[in-house]
Design a protein around this ligand. Sequence first.
Ligand code: SF4
Ligand code: SF4
Length: 419
Amino acid sequence: MESQIVLDTFIKETGGYVASQLEACTRCGMCAEACHFYQATGNPEYAPVWKIELLKRAYEQRFTLVGKAKLLLGIDKSITDTDIADFSKIVYEACTMCNKCSMVCPMGIQLGPLIHEVRSGFSEAGVVPADLMAAVEKQVEEGSPLGVTDDVYESRLEWVADEWEVELPMDVKGADTLVIFSSIEIMKFPENIAAIAKILNAAGENWTLSKKAREVVNFGFYEGNEERTIMFLQRVFDGAIELGVKKIVVTECGHAYDALRWTSYNLMDVPKGIEITHIVGLIGDYLRTGKIKLKEGAFNDGVVTFHDACKIQRRGGHIKEPREILHVLSPDAFKEMSPSHEESICCGGGGGVIAIKEADPIRYAAFGLKIDQMEKIGATTVVMSCSNCRLQFTDCVQHFNLDVKVAGLSQMVADALVE
Ligand code: SF4
Ligand code: SF4
């Protein structure tokens, strides 16, 4: 029975830390208003506290006297397969793991990681949306959820090098820096590869790409499956070890950055002596240290704004760098949305949501909040540093027929380089 597997996984995962978090919840409901899915729909099932309801129920019924008594007296119900199916839809389709809810919880409960635990239980029981699971399986079998096999990778890079006339060093042993793109960039935004290569070459970075470590996205992480998360992380680390690099740079992908930069340390032996950073941090350093120079006011038309990604800005802290860059590129045109920085509203497409077709209506509904934000300041260009957000913005701009240009930050930097 699926519910039994989920229950067993929840019990296994509920150590002292998780238990203390669950005990601390006062059910005040303040987290609801922080969630873009709840805000967009008013559906109480999308409140963050409801998304951890099964975890809480499993904990109470197994470990607390009150929970056991409630179950015996029939006040509480045991978890059923129907509950599992319903909640699977909620936690995969209406949660981007953006963790904004944790910022408002007066008890300091880390809701995002708890929801990840819920996904883990569902993954164990095999109750994961089919579209997401198809992408996971593709990454297991082909190395990439978007079909970037060895051959596709090579031919795609060859084409990028020709089309944009950039040098793309491959498998250079002894290079300082390994740069890994996401398959979204490789397949949907190839211009990003050329842009980032141009910046790295201009800064004189001793860098390389790797055939072994050719995909930074981690669909095991979206799924909540530890074994597959480790498998995809290991591929990256194997590539880095083989080439002997000192640094791994994650390009414009937020969840991949989270998985590699933080989650990896809780799951496995991360090779020592390798710095893991994000391309935005690196570009910020180049600018501060004068390794690259940008044409001032290169994008100074209309109203330019920046969308902070949950994993790169809120979690990763790369909040200053995009602003420093945009104050050079768009000194008069740059305007902040509200809220922004670490309090930014999620785009609605992260956490694997954009890969699930059935989630389209709720994904578009959540994007309504971004539309409001952009309209309030009259934005004509919205810039971001995550290709998953960029995919969501690009798709939604088309879906809603909006008159807003969607731009990648690296792309703008590359276009404004003073050679
Ligand atoms: S804000 Fe915190 S304490 Fe309040 S309901 Fe949400 S998780 Fe519980
Ligand atoms: S992590 Fe983000 S999407 Fe998920 S419940 Fe919290 S606020 Fe909502």
